[in-house]
Design a protein around this ligand. Structure first.
Ligand code: S3P
Length: 167
């Protein structure tokens, strides 16, 4: 595999966890786009949103996504990465796009247990409001996610099945 594998999907869909396993299994480098951004900006993503706004974050995210061109790596992207500018088209042309899908309810259960403060889009959202936000946002973003070359049912697929569909 001489081009990157991009894992795409909503916050909480398990891109980082699966990405590490997949990279290990395929003997490829693992890259977490959010981590790269945090290293470059020298602050957390919520801090960056507060200081410079979402628009600047999306521009930097798009630029850093495209810096992954030609890498032999599994790249875990941020939940919004494919949904801005021409990013999804670029991903499709420059890599293999793998969409990890989960139902809104499953995402909700996982996000409830995660560190919500690390995700600026979710700040202040709990319970019913969180579920409603996930349903709406996923509805918008699926337009992009569903263009992926490969779609994976995150709960019902084994690592072997996932690897077979990519190889
Ligand atoms: C975002 C998802 C986050 C991160 C940023 C914005 C989004 O990544 O890029 O907080 O808009 O969905 P994860 O999907 O890794 O949480």
């Amino acid at each position: 595999m001489d081009k990157p594998i991009f894992l795409i999907g909503f916050m909480g869909s398990g891109k980082t966890t699966l990405g590490k396993k997949l990279a290990n299994h395929l003997s490829m480098q693992f890259i977490d786009l959010d981590h790269l951004i945090v290293e470059r900006i020298g602050m957390s993503i919520p801090e960056y949103f507060t200081a410079y706004g979402e628009q600047n974050f999306r521009e930097l995210e798009s630029q850093m996504l495209k810096e992954q061109q030609g890498k032999r790596a599994v790249v875990s992207t941020g939940g919004g990465s494919p949904c801005f500018f021409d990013n999804m088209q670029w991903i499709l042309e420059n890599g293999i796009a793998v969409y990890l899908y989960l139902t809104p309810k499953a995402l909700y259960n996982r996000l409830q247990q995660s560190n919500i403060a690390s995700r600026p889009a979710l700040q202040g959202l709990r319970d019913e409001a969180l579920l409603q936000f996930i349903e709406e946002k996923l509805g918008e973003r699926e337009f992009f996610y569903k263009q992926a070359h490969i779609q994976i049912d995150q709960l019902n697929s084994s690592l072997d099945t996932i690897c077979q569909s990519i190889e």
